[in-house]
Write a protein that binds this ligand. Structure first.
Ligand code: TRP
Length: 341
């Protein structure tokens, strides 16, 4: 029974808020994939990855819960997608250990993300080096063949393929070689400061669950086309951050027939243009915020979804881990192989 199954796996860090860059760039994409593939999509909140760098233990539970809540509120349907917490399925770290023994240290010290992160830490734990091995275990534990991620994860997925290949060569055909799935249509959302990428560490985000007045304040003070100094100056929408955001949130008719021509002929000012954007943005975010408020009042809905996810993930993970133990030659309870009869 080794039929190749189409499975999707992705992991998200429980790093607090989810911003519109995550939402437009990743979450919407996963939701669409999950809808297409039903139960065979696994999304894990990777708390064991989160502790590889300095972190606050007193807020980790809350951030993990919030990550689940924000994803469900954004439309990830736990009935269709298996959403679970990585540390609740202990096979992840167990498989990671086996992979650790089969991975050359040199492959890990070469990872760009490791080098970047290590450079910025006073204390570099061995877990930071093993991070991509744990990621490989996440994916291969489900024999997933499709991994929706951002460009920055391509090197980790390549390493996952090498780990699968090496394991298969040594212990027999076990794992598929997964492919990264990068959605070319998903936008790379610039930060509200105009920087190339919206990112929590830079502090230029708009949260999906952020209060409307706070979102408006950020839009109101955001940079626009620098050529538009006075209200009467004609603008060039393609040079404007607000126009970019309009393309994500506003009706294409409004963008084409109002935002673009009216900006070019100075028919509307930047503040009006930002108002139109704000309205469109809130039309998309408001239902998400309403669902989030509901889930905050009923945290058991989130906890139950995670518990269902844990059970479903375990159903897949346990037999795969058992197959691995057998293949690497570990003595199992009740094994008869060595008894002299
Ligand atoms: N390293 C990924 C990131 O930072 C998160 C992650 C952990 C992941 N395990 C995974 C992504 C497995 C895809 C598959 O974005």
């Amino acid at each position: 029974m080794m039929a190749a199954m189409k499975r999707v796996f992705s992991g998200i860090q429980p790093s607090g808020e989810i911003h519109i860059g995550n939402y437009l760039g990743a979450i919407k994409n996963w939701i669409a994939l999950g809808e297409r593939l039903g139960k065979e999509a696994f999304f894990s909140i990777v708390d064991y990855h989160a502790i590889t760098q300095s972190y606050d233990p007193s807020s980790l539970k809350k951030r993990t819960f919030e990550a689940a809540l924000a994803n469900i509120a954004a439309g990830l349907d736990p009935e269709k997608v298996t959403l679970f917490v990585q540390s609740q399925v202990p096979e992840h770290t167990e498989l990671a250990w086996v992979f650790t023994t089969q991975t050359p240290v040199g492959d890990l010290t070469r990872m760009t993300q490791y080098k970047d992160k290590a450079r910025r830490q006073a204390f570099v734990g061995a877990g930071l080096l093993m991070y991509p091995v744990l990621q490989a275990a996440d994916i291969l534990l489900y024999k997933a063949d499709t991994v929706p991620v951002g460009e920055d994860q391509l090197q980790h997925i390549e390493l996952t393929r090498e780990i699968a290949r090496r394991f298969n060569a040594r212990f027999g055909e076990t794992f598929p070689e997964p492919q990264a799935y990068i959605n070319k249509d998903a936008p790379r959302v610039p930060g509200i400061d105009g920087a190339a990428k919206m990112s929590k560490s830079v502090g230029n985000t708009i949260g999906t669950l952020e209060a409307p007045d706070s979102i408006w304040e950020k839009l109101r003070t955001a940079p626009t086309d620098p050529a538009r100094v006075r209200r009467s100056d004609p603008g060039e929408p393609t040079r404007c951050l607000i126009w970019r955001y309009h393309t994500y949130f506003s009706d294409p008719d409004l963008v084409q027939n109002v935002v673009e021509p009216e900006c070019r002929r100075a028919g509307i000012g930047c503040v009006e243009c930002k108002r139109l954007l704000f309205d469109a943005m809130m039309r998309e975010l408001e239902p998400i915020q309403t669902r989030a408020d509901h889930l905050r009042r009923h945290p058991e809905v989130v906890m139950d979804a995670l518990e269902d996810g844990r059970k479903r993930a375990s159903e897949v993970a346990k037999p795969v881990m058992e197959e691995v133990r057998e293949k690497v030659g570990l003595l199992r309870p009740g094994d008869a192989a060595l008894s002299s009869r």
